[in-house]
Ligand binder design. Structure first.
Ligand SMILES: CC(C)(COP(=O)(O)OP(=O)(O)OC[C@H]1O[C@@H](n2cnc3c(N)ncnc32)[C@H](O)[C@@H]1OP(=O)(O)O)[C@@H](O)C(=O)NCCC(=O)NCCS
Length: 207
């Protein structure tokens, strides 16, 4: 699990944007726009990744320092491998890069994947931006990728994230007791998921 969270951080590490209206969004919500990542985003992303509060909320490994040079090297190496940007998106609001979100761990037999999100700009916490981004990502997962289930795990000490996931239709499916060491204490890891028909009922579309 810690490894999966690390994967998200590395992928999100290629996210970004600062210039208003410069990049065309791929997906639009009511408050956010999701688009591909760009190299010019990395400076702001570096600030997010070195913010201990943001990193602790994201879960996984203890916060580690990260240089802009490393972020840029990872971005360039990823670019050199070709292809598109996978299923990682920059989250934009008011023309500003505020964080990243992604689908990963795809299982094409069981039609499921994991979802991850980090809003690194704390000015945008607790105002519905995360919920909106998750809803856009769920629509993309179920409608475009024809998935059956989307799941995630979240620290029990993160009520803001749990609230946003619940509002988006995720339900708690289980809890790994004292599974994580976070900020000086053992904490539970909450498993959450949403099935395609549950999403369809919320969005009032055919499953
Ligand atoms: C988690 C995250 C994406 C949520 O996005 P957000 O825009 O802040 O959240 P929203 O405003 O959409 O929704 C938050 C919900 O939790 C509730 N909430 C917020 N703070 C809370 C708190 N301290 N205690 C209880 N509930 C809280 C809000 O009331 C809201 O629910 P409601 O609308 O039903 O009232 C964002 O805060 C973030 O990226 N945080 C840092 C990284 C992180 O935690 N990532 C998730 C790792 S699993």
């Amino acid at each position: 699990m810690e490894q999966m969270i690390r994967v998200i951080k590395i992928r999100v590490a290629t996210v970004g944007l600062v210039v208003k209206g410069k990049h065309k969004p791929m997906l639009k919500g009511q408050k956010v726009r999701l688009r591909a990542m760009t190299r010019e985003d990395l400076e702001r992303l570096c600030q997010f990744n070195n913010d201990v509060e943001v990193e602790l909320a994201g879960g996984g490994d203890p916060p580690l320092p990260q240089s802009l040079a490393r972020l840029q090297a990872e971005y360039d190496a990823d670019l050199g491998r070709g292809g598109r940007n996978g299923t990682s998106f920059a989250i934009e609001a008011d023309g500003l890069f505020i964080g990243g979100c992604a689908l990963f761990q795809f299982d094409h037999v069981a039609h499921r994947c994991e979802l991850g999100i980090t809003i690194g700009d704390k000015n945008y916490w607790g105002q519905g931006y995360g919920t909106d981004a998750v809803r856009v990502l769920l629509d993309y997962a179920f409608r475009q990728h024809n998935l059956h289930r989307v799941y995630l795990s979240v620290n029990s000490t993160n009520p803001r994230a749990i609230g946003a996931y619940r509002r988006s239709g995720f339900v708690e499916e289980g809890r790994l007791r004292a599974h994580m060491w976070s900020n000086g204490q053992y904490i539970d890891l909450v498993q959450m998921g949403i099935l395609r028909d549950e999403w369809a009922a919320i969005e009032k579309v055919d499953a």
